[in-house]
Design a protein around this ligand. Structure first.
Ligand code: TIU
Length: 224
């Protein structure tokens, strides 16, 4: 399967490709969560949801591996580095009680994935303490166990958890396609430049395309 992408065509086999959906949690996408406590306008991330719903439906239809991630910490915060806990001047800190439960803590309502993109029971959900999906998780082992060699990366935010994951994955030999309209940032300029960084220098970290290009490739395959 070939997707028109930047800096050139992205070739992949759905049987060895995972759709990775990074941190589409209420804590980042809805008011009253971690993203808002940091001073961000969380409504900026909502535009990611409709195209991502279409990509998720197509991936499920094709029987592709779908992996969701969630950033968050154990209730006792033992996996939260002091530098992360104490830095900045948020309105609420990680672990503080907020309107959607304790901020960025596993098991809380705000920590879970938005209803529109809720995982199916057979889809893997990787809980991660950091920005990248490999650090402190079984993500790498799970990819290996499934024979995955390529990743279609989506979610939020583009320059933080998406970028860290793509960099980690690229160093481990995974071929990554980042979907421009299925990733989002609180800072439109960071989103644009983060995507440029992925595809620059001949694809230093991977490839970039929009969901329409991916869906065209998936649909052609279904027809062929
Ligand atoms: N703050 C911000 O832009 N992002 C994060 O803290 N985590 C993720 O990107 N998931």
């Amino acid at each position: 399967m070939i997707v028109e992408a930047s800096p050139g065509p992205f070739t992949f086999d759905p049987a060895t490709t995972a759709l990775v959906i990074i941190d589409m949690q209420r804590d980042f996408c809805e008011p009253g969560g971690f993203g808002e406590t940091l001073g961000n306008d969380v409504s900026l991330l909502r535009s990611v949801i409709p195209p991502l719903q279409r990509v998720l439906a197509a991936a499920r239809e094709l029987g592709m591996t779908v992996i969701h991630t969630r950033e968050g910490h154990l209730p006792d915060l033992s996996d939260c580095p002091p530098a992360k806990l104490h830095r900045g001047n948020p309105t609420l800190r990680i672990g503080d009680p907020g309107p959607k439960g304790r901020i960025l803590v596993r098991g809380e309502y705000g920590h879970d994935i938005v209803d529109e993109l809720a995982p199916l029971p057979d889809e893997l959900v990787v809980d991660k303490p950091g920005k990248g999906s490999f650090h402190g998780t079984a993500f790498g082992a799970e990819l290996e166990a499934r024979g995955v060699t390529s990743l279609i990366v989506t979610g939020v935010t583009t320059e933080v958890c998406v970028h860290t994951t793509v960099r980690e994955a690229n160093d481990r030999g995974y071929e990554c396609l980042v979907l421009s309209d299925c990733t989002g940032s609180y800072f439109p300029e960071f989103h644009r430049v983060a995507l440029e960084m992925v595809a620059a220098q001949g694809g230093i970290f991977g490839w970039v395309a929009d969901s329409t290009a991916l869906l065209e490739a998936l649909t052609q395959e279904a027809v062929a």
